[in-house]
Design a protein around this ligand. Structure first.
Ligand SMILES: [Zn+2]
Length: 132
């Protein structure tokens, strides 16, 4: 393993140290999705794409330290990542806090795991109209 200098690469070192935990968390989150909704909905894909973005960031922080590049280089990378996440927020943040139909506040479990972004009542009504 090459030597790592936290003082020379404060940002890259921070990312290198903590991003693996984020990646692990996202993948566990992704697996928990299976419990609540079958298949790959858009929210499950969101956590997966997020994990890919974080893995890329981790790789770049590693490369910066490996090839002794300036730690400043990580800043445009982080900025670019932020811009991509913002522009593609429908892909990365498909979560809604209120029911799309009746605007009722959604419980946490539905915000995080259900793709429909509907409350239980509205979803049941939609199922009824669909089955007719
Ligand atoms: Zn509703």
């Amino acid at each position: 393993m090459f030597p790592i200098f936290p003082k020379i690469y404060p940002i890259s070192y921070f990312l290198f140290k903590y991003l693996p935990l984020v990646i692990l968390g996202l993948l566990i989150f992704n697996l928990i999705h299976k419990k609540f909704q079958a298949g790959w909905g858009k929210k499950r894909f969101a956590s997966f794409y997020f994990a890919i973005v974080v893995i890329i960031l981790f790789g770049i922080s590693l490369l910066i330290m490996r090839f002794k590049l300036s730690d400043i280089l990580i800043l445009p990378v982080l900025l670019g990542t932020g811009i991509i996440l913002y522009l593609k927020k429908q892909i990365f943040f498909p979560y809604k806090f209120k029911c799309l139909n009746c605007k009722a506040k959604l419980p946490m479990q539905r915000i995080v795991f259900r793709d429909s972004n509907l409350c239980i009542k509205c979803e049941n009504e939609e199922d009824k109209t669909n089955s007719h």
